[in-house]
Ligand binder design. Structure first.
Ligand code: CS2
Length: 491
């Protein structure tokens, strides 16, 4: 079967939306670090919209910081891929043309630095996942003892990490008399702009203090809130699309219809007309970010562990279980009191919409996908809200159950006794903490000592430890579904 590529575009059926612009004339205005499915289904689509609107400055050069997988999918396809938007029985297809190519950073780090330092590049976006920032999840400090961070400091001409590439490219731009690009973090980190800025400055200071000063003065690292549910593509998705397109697309991505991008209005240089492209520009992103992290992502994380432990493979299946659905509402009742909703966000309507999004059965969003990297996600999704509620003397039964479910996940066994690999940068550490422990209480105490996840003051709060221990015990017996029912229907 032949592949989707530039030549195949003309033969696609009329129902497929495609780039209507002259791709050969598109310049590279954006470099994206971490070109996974999320970028292709979210930011790249906005840049594609800018190109469709006639502003040809916004082509995207993607970079993979680790594996060649995406490059190998997209190169034979001239950078083209299909966005498959699914809801219920509806499926809309759009071929996105914004991607100018993909570099695999470890193959030639200097080539990526040079590309980022090109005068046409105005924006560097990132989706490198929480752990890619090389920051301590609890404190936000650069992990200076991380071997890759240390290697970047020692040889910044050949970086390995996301902050390293940004520092190296900004250094090259400064030397060339160019302005910095704007760094737009698109990961679900709290204060993502502030965090990447702090990481970049911490690294730059070790290399060249004058460079750090220049970045601090001239650079821009706006905060963002990004939202679209983009489950990992499966072989079955690719086979189904091939049936519809008549050509094979190894780089396809699937997503829900909903998409949102809120960006702090702070740029170092040029940018597309974001407002005209449906992106919200604002001075205050944090209220949006907190609402999204604590309601959407908080519920995602809790339901992912509860669901996966009790054998529910997909999010829509988990929220179809009445006890889990009621539990999500109880969790939102708790989280909602910690928010300061921005003007324009109606929390009741947002919650309703979220439940409908979670129930989208066409997405097949795996609970185990969301369960990945939980140590990096817990602080902003569940722990921050829990400590704010405790500070106000409020209960945290629902949040504690989500946290306890993460703890149980670290044992690597489901309720049915099936074993699995815990996919988390701290997995070795949690396994070591749990080794040889039998009693539930001892396991909870051991995990609470993990200061990279639990801020010591929170771990030392008896009310917190008690709530998490109760929840952990109820996960042992009677198990996740019943534990969720108890939280949402207290006696
Ligand atoms: C999910 C997110 O995998 C996860 O941790 O919670 O990727 C979620 O789907 C997105 O943040 C939605 O915008």
């Amino acid at each position: 079967m032949s592949r989707l590529n530039q030549a195949a575009l003309a033969d696609l059926s009329a129902e497929v939306e495609r780039p209507g612009y002259d791709r050969a004339s598109v310049r590279t205005g954006v470099v994206h670090l971490g070109i996974g499915a999320f970028h292709r289904a979210h930011q790249a689509v906005v840049f594609d919209d800018a190109l469709k609107a006639g502003d040809l400055r916004w082509g995207v050069l993607g970079a993979s910081l680790r594996s060649p997988g995406v490059r190998d999918q997209l190169q034979p396809q001239d950078g083209l891929y299909t966005l498959v938007v699914r809801e219920g029985r509806n499926e809309a297809l759009r071929v996105v043309g914004a991607c100018k190519g993909v570099l695999v950073a470890p193959e030639d780090p200097a080539a990526l630095v040079a590309a980022m330092a090109h005068a046409d590049v105005h924006i560097v976006t990132l989706t490198v996942t929480e752990k890619g920032y090389r920051l301590d999840p609890a404190t936000g400090d650069l992990l200076t003892d991380d071997p890759d961070v240390a290697a970047d400091v020692a040889d910044i001409a050949r970086p390995r990490t996301a902050p390293g590439f940004i520092v190296a490219a900004l250094r090259a731009r400064r030397a060339a008399g160019l302005k910095p690009f704007t760094v737009v973090s698109c990961d679900n980190l709290p204060h993502n702009g502030r965090r990447i800025r702090a990481g970049v400055l911490a690294m730059a200071r070790q290399i060249d203090p004058a460079l750090a000063e220049w970045i601090a003065a001239e650079g821009a690292f706006p905060q963002t809130m990004i939202d679209r549910i983009v489950p990992a593509t499966t072989p079955d998705d690719i086979a189904r699309l091939e049936q519809r397109l008549g050509v094979r697309d190894e780089g396809m991505v699937k997503a829900e219809p909903f998409t949102q991008w809120v960006i702090e209005d702070h740029f170092a240089g040029e940018r597309p007309d974001f407002a005209a492209l449906g992106v919200q520009l604002t001075d205050a992103v944090e209220p949006w970010e907190d609402a999204k992290l604590r309601l959407l992502n908080g519920a995602h994380t809790a339901i992912a562990y509860l669901g996966a432990l009790s054998g529910h493979q997909h999010v829509h299946e988990a929220v179809a279980v009445p006890a889990f659905r009621a539990y999500v509402e109880a969790l939102w009742d708790e989280a909602e009191t910690t928010l300061n909703p921005p003007p324009g966000l109606d929390i009741a309507a947002y919650r309703q919409q979220l439940m409908a999004r979670f129930s989208n059965s066409a997405l097949m969003h795996r609970t185990r996908q969301i369960a990945m990297d939980g140590s990096q996600k817990l602080p902003q999704r569940l722990l921050a809200g829990a400590s704010e509620r405790l500070a106000k003397g409020q209960g945290i039964a629902a949040m504690a159950l989500g946290i306890a479910a993460w703890m149980r996940w670290q044992s690597g066994v489901t309720e049915a006794g099936e074993t699995f690999i815990v996919d988390d940068p701290l997995a070795a550490r949690t396994a070591e903490l749990l080794a040889d422990l039998e009693a539930d209480q001892a396991k909870v105490n051991a995990l609470l000592s993990l200061s990279a996840v639990f801020p010591p003051a929170l771990a030392a709060d008896d009310r917190f430890a008690l709530a998490v221990t109760d929840a952990y015990l109820s996960l042992s017996t009677p198990g996740a579904v019943e534990a969720a029912r108890r939280v949402s229907e207290p006696l």
